[in-house]
Design a protein around this ligand. Structure first.
Ligand code: NAD
Length: 388
């Protein structure tokens, strides 16, 4: 159970790049980081427009002298202060992540970076090596992975409740971009521009989320080969896709699929994962995150509710309010930010982090790698490719 008591000696002095007024994801970063007193927002380069960023920072109670016009100035100026920032979150469009993350690590900062970490596996591995060299933490915000229901699923699979794992079906398929909304929406416009979005749209933006959930639940299973097909139903989005199917074969003989889609008309979010074993299956859907379906062959369906005593203790450890009340995306993100803080604190004090997992730089590398393999398969005519 989480009561909001301190996890680390002192809140980490923290800044943001991006996540300004009007952004989609900035607010949840701040709510998650600030909720459990692990971080203190002391600086920021919140916006591509310096004036707007400054005004926004002031409204967040950040000292005006620490509302910077850009990240380079912020890293340079903060390095001169005794009370300078120790960590930074990067919540800017994809095309900027690599350079900002690299600069932050070189400045000796811990990083929380939005996905995708960058555009190529080569760049991702370079960042991974740099983080290791600098002994800095890089957390990646696969937000729902911090939800109790995901931990419960992880424990059930580890304890053999499902038997031998055979099939993993995943999807993140919403309908919000069924039409060319990018014509009037800045947040969507860059997502369909390869210069800012990278080599894919929905594979990277959506598919990597349930893929990471599968990595959390099934840490031993490794992809051996995959086949991907991708389409642009809104033609102006080509060469980037607004729909994609990926079929995967794992090294243990299991198979999996990921449906990544933003043109699933009528669907609100549609992020689901179903893990099928030889004895039973589990299914989780982000629109009803407090319920985990547990289906044992030959028995009635069970709905496992968040916060109940029958869950595994590892899942209940992240409980904030008990069963019955909803916990959702904000709580899941807060759980992740708490783990990021613990990891940063451990790195700063030369301690080994025991019993805490979080989406770190290896999750960032894997997401980029998966997208790269999917694009290689799709653009070669939807053929099977060995996973590289
Ligand atoms: P957005 O376009 O809505 O907002 C981007 C923000 O960054 C704006 O405030 C903009 O002014 C600012 N910005 C842009 N370039 C900047 C720069 N160089 N320096 C400082 N600020 C800059 O984008 P968004 O939808 O919030 O997405 C941001 C990132 O978050 C993307 O990488 C996206 O993939 C990711 N994202 C992740 C999730 C998740 O669930 N983890 C959800 C949505 C978005």
């Amino acid at each position: 159970m989480i009561y909001g008591e301190k996890n680390i000696d002192k809140p980490i002095r923290w800044a943001m790049v991006g996540g300004g007024r009007g952004s989609q994801i900035g607010y949840i970063h701040r709510s998650a980081a600030l909720r459990d007193y692990n971080f203190e927002l002391v600086a920021g380069a919140f916006d591509i427009n310096p004036e707007r960023g400054r005004d926004f920072g002031a409204n967040l109670h950040v000292d005006l002298e620490r509302c910077y016009p850009d990240y380079k100035t912020m890293f340079a100026e903060e390095a001169k202060r005794e009370d300078g920032i120790q960590a930074v979150s990067i919540a800017t469009p994809n095309g900027t992540h690599y350079e900002i993350c690299k600069a932050a690590l070189q400045a000796g900062l811990h990083v929380v970076c939005e996905k995708p970490l960058c555009f190529t596996t080569e760049e991702a591995k370079e960042l991974e090596a740099l983080a290791k060299k600098m002994n800095r933490v890089v957390g990646i915000t696969y937000g729902y992975s911090g939800h109790q229901a995901i931990e419960q699923a992880r424990q059930m699979i580890a304890n053999g409740d499902l038997g031998e794992i055979r099939i993993v079906n995943m999807q993140f398929a919403h309908g919000f971009h069924s039409g060319a909304v990018e014509e009037n929406n800045a947040s969507t416009k860059w997502r369909v521009d390869p210069k800012m979005a990278g080599p894919s749209y929905v594979l990277g933006d959506l598919g990597t989320h349930p893929l990471y959930l599968s990595e959390v639940m099934l840490p031993e299973m490794k992809i051996k080969k995959l086949l991907c097909t991708r389409q642009s139903f809104v033609k102006s989005r080509a060469p980037l896709e607004d729909n994609a199917y990926t079929i995967m074969e794992y090294d243990n003989g299991a198979v999996g699929t990921v449906w990544s889609c933003c043109v699933n008309a009528g669907s609100m979010h549609g992020q689901k994962i179903r893990v099928i074993g030889s004895k039973a299956s589990i299914e989780w859907w982000d629109e009803q995150p407090n319920q985990l379906r547990y289906e044992v062959q030959g028995k009635p369906v069970q709905i496992l509710e968040r916060g109940m005593d029958y869950l595994y203790p590892e899942a209940l450890a992240d409980d904030r309010i008990g069963g019955g009340h909803p916990e959702g995306l904000f709580e899941a993100w807060s759980n992740l930010y708490t783990r990021f803080a613990k990891a940063m604190h451990a790195a700063d004090h030369g301690q080994t982090l025991e019993g805490v997992w979080y989406p770190g730089i290896e999750a960032g590398v894997e997401g980029v790698r998966w997208v790269e393999n999917c694009v290689r398969s799709a653009d070669s005519g939807a053929v099977w490719v060995e996973y590289q």
